[in-house]
Ligand binder design. Structure first.
Ligand SMILES: Nc1ncnc2c1ncn2[C@@H]1O[C@H](COP(=O)(O)OP(=O)(O)OP(=O)(O)O)[C@@H](O)[C@H]1O
Length: 124
């Protein structure tokens, strides 16, 4: 629902455009998203170089999508926290730390999965 609008929900097309707008804003303002997109592009290029099989491609693409989505959600949490708690507050810090931890956990696991997938493609 958009505050002040008569419609309960924007159309599907408008929702899609809002999502694109959110993605562009996050990429423009957040360094970590740029780093993760760079990592995803590097993984895709490496995938072509080593000649991944279809299942490995699916794993690599899902891993890229999951990490980038997690970072987008982390950015959304940070933005809401900054909105509701612009002053210092221990709970605001805790919320941001936990949201960042979610990205960290996924990133570590994705790195391990990436090593397994590429080691399998290169050595076996
Ligand atoms: N309002 C606040 N009250 C208390 N601690 C805060 C507050 N805002 C931020 N912090 C602390 O500072 C840390 C860094 O916050 P910041 O908003 O800069 O996010 P970040 O982790 O640097 O993310 P990014 O680099 O993506 O912007 C948080 O993880 C939290 O521990």
């Amino acid at each position: 629902m958009i505050p002040g609008s008569n419609n309960d929900h924007p159309s599907f097309r408008k929702s899609f455009l809002f999502a694109i707008q959110g993605f562009r804003t996050a990429v423009r303002t957040e360094r970590n998203i740029k780093v993760m997109i760079g990592g995803g592009v590097a993984a895709i290029v490496a995938g072509f170089v080593v000649g991944l099989d279809p299942l490995s491609w699916a794993i690599v693409l899902v891993c890229c999508g999951v990490v980038i989505s997690a970072e987008l959600l982390n950015t959304a949490v940070e933005t809401v926290v900054d909105l509701v708690s612009p002053e210092f507050h221990p709970l605001a810090g805790r919320a941001k730390d936990i949201a960042a931890a979610a990205v960290w956990v996924l990133s570590v696991l994705v790195a391990v999965v990436g090593i397994i997938v590429f080691a399998n493609a290169i050595f076996f």
